[in-house]
Design a protein around this ligand. Structure first.
Ligand code: GFB
Length: 310
């Protein structure tokens, strides 16, 4: 990418898209084309078609998606499938029609089979049955990877796919029903401390293992891959280390300084038992994560002061 190139970051108001815009601005890029969802409904074929025909971006970061934690994925199954398929189909196809030079598609570690060998290698894709709580989202994201590869194979498009592990950072969703685990824990422990509550309830057994990547690290990796990586298939983006949900809860509890007890709501699902990325392909490509989990959680917590629930 050159500094004068026109860059479309789809989903620029979300946690991932906003981090990518921040990263590009730090690197000196300023020729962005951005649209809020109220201005451009990415599920709408005609709207996306005329947007691309008019703006003709050079580079596309496809960070727009309907996302959420385990309960949202499991509850809004139709929307997770339909919205994500429509968004990515419209953006990828119109990128092809309008000569976009390169596109980066963002997926998720949930594309891998529920019981795939750990750490998850890229070639585990489509080797087994998916985790049922997020199957619709995973199916959409797998379709996105295959679409990038098919457009590369048939039309020569330089479209790459990267699969981030569980993310956290500024502009995350703190809705306790729809969010991922880390923002939920931050909010629950903060509110319990503020209101002198005796307990905090976490979902499931606490035994599942998850890996967490700060979104600023993800944005750095996306920028790096956009500049250097031109392969079909997919590349994992993670830190290569995981932590149990129970240990994560204790870490957040200590950072926030809550002194009560942790209790478990066993009516809520655990989801995949473990989701640790094999990041050797990414390391070979020349990129490594830099932000340690404790430092990352502290910086996110320090940045929350303006939130209405804080
Ligand atoms: O982050 P999370 O919602 O998503 O949940 P997944 C991770 C683990 O934390 C699960 C537990 O075992 C949850 O039961 N957990 C404990 C909690 N307390 C809470 C809580 O208060 N809120 C939440 N949300 N979880 C999602 C997928 O899976 O991860 C998506 O559904 C996507 O498709 C995303 O891949 C990255 O890691 O289980």
């Amino acid at each position: 990418m050159d500094k004068q190139d026109k860059i479309y970051v789809a989903g620029h108001r979300g946690m991932v898209g906003s981090a990518i815009v921040r990263k590009l601005q730090q690197e000196g890029f300023d020729n962005f084309v951005l649209r809020a969802s109220s201005e451009l409904d990415l599920r709408n074929q005609a709207q996306v078609q005329s947007f691309f025909a008019q703006e003709k971006p050079d580079y596309v970061f496809l960070a727009a998606a309907k996302v959420g934690g385990i309960l949202a994925n499991n509850t809004y199954r139709a929307e997770f499938l339909y919205d994500n398929l429509m968004i990515q189909n419209n953006i990828i196809h119109n990128s092809y029609l309008n000569g976009v030079k390169k596109l980066l598609f963002l997926g998720s570690s949930c594309i891998y089979p529920k019981l795939a060998p750990q750490p998850l290698q890229e070639d585990a894709l489509l080797t087994g049955v998916l985790e049922p709580t997020n199957e619709p989202y995973a199916i959409a994201k797998i379709a996105g990877i295959k679409m990038c590869d098919a457009y590369r194979a048939q039309f020569g498009c330089n479209y790459i796919s990267c699969m981030p592990t569980n993310l956290y950072g500024p502009n995350d969703n703190y809705d306790l029903e729809k969010s991922h685990v880390l923002p939920a824990l931050i909010r629950k422990f903060h509110e319990a401390k503020k209101n002198n509550l005796p307990t905090v309830t976490i979902w499931g057994t606490g035994s599942p293992l998850r890996e967490f990547l700060h979104v600023d690290d993800l944005a750095d990796a996306c920028y790096y891959l956009m500049q250097t990586y031109n392969e079909p298939g997919l590349v994992n983006i993670g830190v290569g280390e995981d932590i149990s949900i129970k240990d994560l809860a204790h870490l957040v509890k200590n950072i926030i300084g809550f002194e009560g007890e942790i209790v478990h709501d066993l009516t809520k699902p655990d989801g995949t038992p473990r989701k640790l990325m094999d990041v050797s392909k990414l390391h070979r490509a020349g990129w490594k994560a830099k932000i340690a989990l404790e430092e990352g959680i502290k910086s996110v917590y320090d940045g929350l002061k303006g939130q209405n629930w804080f």
